[in-house]
Every structure is written in C-alpha cells, then in structure tokens.
Design a protein around this ligand. Structure first.
Ligand code: C5P
Length: 413
C-alpha cells in the first residue's frame, strides 16, 4: 500500500492529463513511477504541455500513444476520447495549471484534455502547479472550491522555490512520489468487500454551525475530510454506512447514506436515529457551546452597545451515545484534536467520554492537519497506544477500518 510496495498499482488503469507548465517535466517521472508499480498509464497532453515536453518522450515512457488532438481520426479510430475518459480507474491531472483548473471548474470542452475531463465518470485527482500569485488569486480559489465540491481530489501544491527567479511560495507541484501515494490512497482499498460486510457503521463529520441569529453562526475550521474518508473506507469494506455531517464542501462518498445537519443538537438527533449500529466513529468537530437564545431577527448595531452572547453547553454526542444503556454500539470511537500532551489527554478523554478508542491527532500550529490532506494520529485504547506515521487521510481511514474489522471479528470469536 505504501510506495515501497512495488506492484501496488498492478492492473490499475490511470489516465494522466498533462497540462502546460514547467512542472510537466516531473510528469515524465510520474509516468515511470506509476508504471513501475504495475499501473497502465494512458497519457493526454494539452497543446501548452507540448511546449514543455514532447508527446514522443511521454509516449516512450508510458509505452503507448499519447493523445493530443480531439479531432485526430486515427486516435479516434483506435480508442476514442469518450472511451479514453471512461476506461480508467482514476484520472490524474499533473500539472494542473490555473487554466486547466478554470476549464474543469467551468465545464469547458474545447480540446482533448478538457473534453476527457468533462466526459469522465471516474474519480479525478489534480496536482496543481502554478506561480504563487496565481494560486492565491481569488479566481483560482473559486475554481478550487468548485472542483473540491465536485468531488475532485487535490494533492499539493507545495511551498518552495519557483522556476521564476526570486519567486517563492505555495505553487510547486507535489513531487511524483507524493502524487503516487495519493493515487494509491484513492485506488487501493485493502479491505474491499469483506471486512465489514453485514455491519452497520455510523460516522459523524465536519463542523457544526450554531446560530447567533438568522444570518450569523459560530463554527470552526473542520473540513470533514477525515470523517468522509472513514465513511468511504467503511463502505468500501462492505459496511452499511450512515454519515451525519455538518456543512462541508465535499462530495458525498459513493454508497453511503449522507445526512446533512447544521447544529450539534441536530447532529445528535440524527446520530441517535441511525442506531442501532455496530460501530460509531465520531470524527465531527462539534461546537462545545451554542448561543442560549439565538436572535429571531438579525441583531442590529444599536445604541445599547455590543451584544452579549450567552453561551450554553452543547450535548456531547460521543459521550451520549457511548453512555447509552440500550443500543450502545459495540465499538465507540472518538477523536481528539490536541495541541499539547496529546496522548495523556486522549487517555483521560477515553474515560471521561466512555468510548472504546480515541484517535488522537496533533493539531498544533504547523501540523497542517486542519483542512489538509494528511494526518498523523495515535490510536489510543485501554490496551495501549499505537502511533501511526503521517499519511494521507484516506490511508489513515483505511487503516482504522482494518482495525475496526479485526476488532469486531475478534469479539465475535
Ligand atoms: O471533548 P472534545 O471536543 O475534545 O472531544 C472530541 C471528540 O468528542 C470527537 O470525537 C468529537 O466528535 C466528539 N464530540 C461530540 N460532541 C461534542 C463534542 C465532541 O461528539 N459536543
């Protein structure tokens, strides 16, 4: 499953779309890395990409024809762009230039790259690469948010030196091996089909929004990515999954019953409605407090000074479910986002909340867990602590699901 597993992508079909940026040279290495792991790689290049590398070199490494022209009758006769778009397990766009991202977000189809990206029914992973100013531009932010909402996965970009002298910042394409790890995380579910079939799993994810008045709310920065990855992994392992999520910009995972809520109290009600389940994983970042008496009308700036918000504590969803006398799930798992004494605090939380396991992660400044794609966690149970390496959130989810499947199987013996 990791990059040392040399045949990890055996039999997987990847369509690589190469955009026109200086990082295109790294795509040649990416093709090589994917192929050495057993993947079959088909390549599409934009017109601009051919200014940086040639179809000949990409084709030589990929071991096949490179598709560059939407109206090439020979290529159409051979494969056809619609089949190209569909006959893949994953579409990877690397480098994903600002222009290509804009085209994808807008649904354009005026060349072979944008056409296959619009025609595909397969998951898409993009590795953006551009100048830091272009990356931080409002238009790119908007396009990125749209792509993420459409279910596109993103790897990178990284911070560092740019091709232009004196330009540094976020915009460098992720390294080929990082892209490979992300491909593996998306394509390999080691527990496909068997581990949790016949089991019911509840997952909570995302932030909650607690109303202040009809237009304002209290919330937090949770992206929901880890919870969604867990729901996806549980479904891939054959479970019947209900995902109760606060407001996030993520596409619904396939094969999962998704229940959308806003406040903590709604999340609790929907989590309880999903019972009975075998396993409950509480990955949501639930607001600890809500406004005691949210305004029925929008609070106005007035003469009586700044408004005072009286806060009252929200129900603890995890503790409520873990302490239930009836319909307590066999395995109740909480998360702990800590900035210090991560493991000690997680141990204390295990007892306080009455759960079986805590997945503890370090969210101190610089850890880039919140909103990022990678997570480094400790699995804390009453039997001890296991620390896992920093990995893609989908790999963390896959591992957790494997552990859950093993624990349920052991308990059934
Ligand atoms: O106490 P703390 O917020 O750190 O606990 C985190 C864990 O508790 C997470 O699993 C979170 O989903 C859960 N939680 C909850 N309801 C709350 C607060 C936290 O389910 N009101």
């Amino acid at each position: 499953m990791n990059t040392n597993d040399q045949r990890s992508l055996q039999g997987k079909r990847i369509l690589l779309v190469i955009g026109g940026g200086i990082a295109a040279y790294k795509s040649l290495d990416l093709i090589r890395r994917l192929k050495e792991r057993g993947a079959e790689v088909r390549v599409v290049m934009t017109q601009a990409a051919q200014e940086f590398i040639t179809p000949l070199s990409a084709g030589a490494i990929a071991g096949g024809q490179v598709h560059v022209d939407l109206f090439d009758w020979r290529a159409e006769f051979d494969v056809g762009h619609i089949r190209l778009a569909r006959d893949a397990d994953l579409v990877v766009v690397a480098p994903a230039t600002a222009d290509l991202m804009a085209k994808m977000a807008g649904g354009h189809a005026d060349d072979i790259a944008s056409t296959v990206l619009l025609a595909t029914d397969k998951p898409v992973l993009i590795a953006p690469a551009m100048n830091p100013h272009m990356w931080s531009h409002a238009a790119t932010r908007r396009n990125l948010a749209q792509l993420v909402a459409d279910g596109v996965a993103v790897v990178g970009p990284n911070a560092g030196e740019m091709a232009e002298p004196g330009e540094a910042g976020v915009g460098r394409m992720a390294e080929p091996l990082e892209i490979v790890a992300s491909v593996e995380a998306r394509l390999i579910s080691r527990y496909q089909g068997a581990g949790l079939s016949g089991r019911r799993v509840l997952v909570t994810a995302g932030p909650t929004q607690e109303p202040i008045d009809p237009v304002r709310y209290i919330a937090n920065r949770s992206s929901g990515k880890q919870g969604f990855a867990i729901a996806r992994a549980a479904a891939a392992a054959g479970a019947d999954v209900t995902l109760v999520t606060g407001p996030v910009a993520l596409a619904d995972p396939p094969g999962v019953t998704v229940v959308k809520v806003e406040s903590a109290r709604e999340m609790l009600a929907e989590a309880e409605r999903a019972l009975p389940v075998d396993v409950a994983v509480f990955a949501a970042a639930v607001a600890d407090w809500r406004v005691a008496a949210p305004g029925a009308q929008k609070l106005k700036k007035g003469t009586s000074g700044t408004p005072k918000l009286d806060l009252i504590e929200n129900p603890d969803i995890l503790a409520t479910v873990a302490h239930r006398k009836s319909m307590r799930p066999a395995l109740v798992i909480g998360f702990a986002a800590e900035t210090e004494n991560v493991i000690e605090n997680a141990r204390a939380k295990l007892d306080r909340k009455g759960c079986d396991w805590i997945v503890a992660n370090d969210v101190s400044p610089g850890s880039e867990v919140m909103g990022g794609d990678r997570n480094s966690v400790h699995l804390v149970s009453r039997d001890g602590v296991e620390s896992w390496p920093r990995e893609d959130k989908q790999i963390v989810a896959d591992k957790l699901i494997a552990r859950i499947a093993a624990a349920l199987a052991a308990a059934a013996k």
